[in-house]
Design a protein around this ligand. Sequence first.
Ligand code: G3P
Length: 249
Amino acid sequence: MGRKFFVGGNFKMNGTIKSVKEIVHNLSTAKLDSNTEVVVAPPSLYLLLTREHLSPNIEVAAQNVFDKPNGAFTGEISVAQLKDSNITWTLLGHSERRTILREDDDLVACKTKAALGGGIGVILCCGESLEEREKGVTTDVVTKQLKAVNDSIGKEGWSNVVIAYEPIWAIGTGKVATTEQAQEVHAAIRKWLSEAVSSDVAENTRIIYGGSVSEKNCRDLATQPDVDGFLVGGASLKPAFVDIINSNI
Ligand code: G3P
């Protein structure tokens, strides 16, 4: 069985009760490719609202989760609380959290382990800065981020992980990676998985692309053999998100 195409919508810190309800209504009534797995990640304040109004065939993700089970951790949300709220996925390691909120590889690895241990799927983000790309160290940067997680979750953990390759220079810039650039890094990640983890994990793990994906560029990217879907930011707030979900038909 091949890898099921996967499209995530990361709303980031956008939306209101009204606009989130509109997006959710739009998605729930649209005709979506049944061969594509769809997950949306609203701000934490709107997780329950989204789950309540969204069609059951679409899953909901948190944008982050903490690695401790409960207690005095002001401002954080636990894996058990997500589970209790029927939130089945979480993003982790997004570059905005790595850079602006200063999350390092170890913390991302601990959070990934905690999420998987509690039965929550992880959309694990990785990606290089423009400076790193220009220095020619993209693969090193990305595999270092993934290695930290692998050291923590081991081979079995990967079955509930989707890797999102998001070059930082392409996020929110309108400067999408070319199909060749995306395919090259996705293939390098798959090669790394096969060497560092196992050939089964390499074969079965979805590697999705994020960074200025739009209804205009998604079809070309989707033709690439190692591009198994998308993590969409800005465009996931718009009706065009439906076209991106359906880009693999
Ligand atoms: O997680 C999605 C992301 O960072 C890409 O954002 O707005 O460039 O699609 P955007």
